[in-house]
Design a protein around this ligand. Sequence first.
Ligand SMILES: [Ca+2]
Ligand SMILES: [Ca+2]
Length: 338
Amino acid sequence: MSRRRRESGVVLVMVLVFMLLLVSSVATFLRRAVLDKTIVENRDAVARAEALARGGVQLAVALLLEDRLRESQGGIRAETPRDVWARAESLELPIPEDAALRLRIEDAAARLNLNALFKDGAPRDEAAEALLIDLLERAIDEAELDAQHEYDTRELARNLIDWVDADDLSLRGGREDDPYERREPPYRAANRALLTVDELRLVDGFDAPLVDALRPYVTVHPYAGGEGINPNTAPPWVLGILYHGVAGDYRLATPELAEDVIRAREAGQLLCDESADDPACTPLSQAVPGEVFPPPSFVSDVFLVSAEARVREVRRTVQVTIDRSDPTQIQLLSWRVQ
Ligand SMILES: [Ca+2]
Ligand SMILES: [Ca+2]
């Protein structure tokens, strides 16, 4: 009797052990199944977000070509806030409920093109150095960088000019390459147009905070043949670096002047060159006294596109630079996924 009871006791313990094993393996299986499902859903969301952002870039290309077509059919040849591409952000797109796409297109001339300060391997005018100094001071002030570090803006401006100009002689005297050859690994001044804004990091004296402070104001597109800021599309802080004056005595725009330009734009005015013979145009000189250096670009063929897609919790942003100079062969000058 007692032996049978012992045996049944052993059986009971074994059953309990098996049940525990079973329960724990079922729990593990369920956990894994839930995890696998989450991974698959996440992967699916990543793929959809990437596809959506890429679709945004395709849409941007279509809008830029549409704009070009409208201009060729008698529209005003100028980049303005009324253009189809400029209104990309407010387009109603047929997108599934769990997703969103934010498409922003900006003409390159909405920022100051650093390469437009040069011509034939040299600064195009002595105003170039003065503008660089004032721009550096403005960017340093706005980002409150001088609290941590003292910058010599004149030296920075000259180092940048030496980096781009064709010769090897430093404006400070001596060889341009000296500070670069002492670095590890050593390199040399580029002596050509800047290819990216990040390239400024290589120029003597330019650190990461300074380059980040300059970023909202500047571009490097187009590499060659570019002109100044487009007053019709530039954001307020870029209008604030419109360099204007008479007889070579230029200064940066005051905040009041930048506001005047914004007000004129909001009232539907289109700012144009003095020579533009179009009743729809207001000459720029009515808003900004004197000449502007470099002369404004009212038209652009290079555009910066940012397509920000969200699918559930996943976000993907594609940033591209598009060149539409040849509408039959759109070129992508840069492509960055974040
Ligand atoms: Ca040089
Ligand atoms: Ca030089």
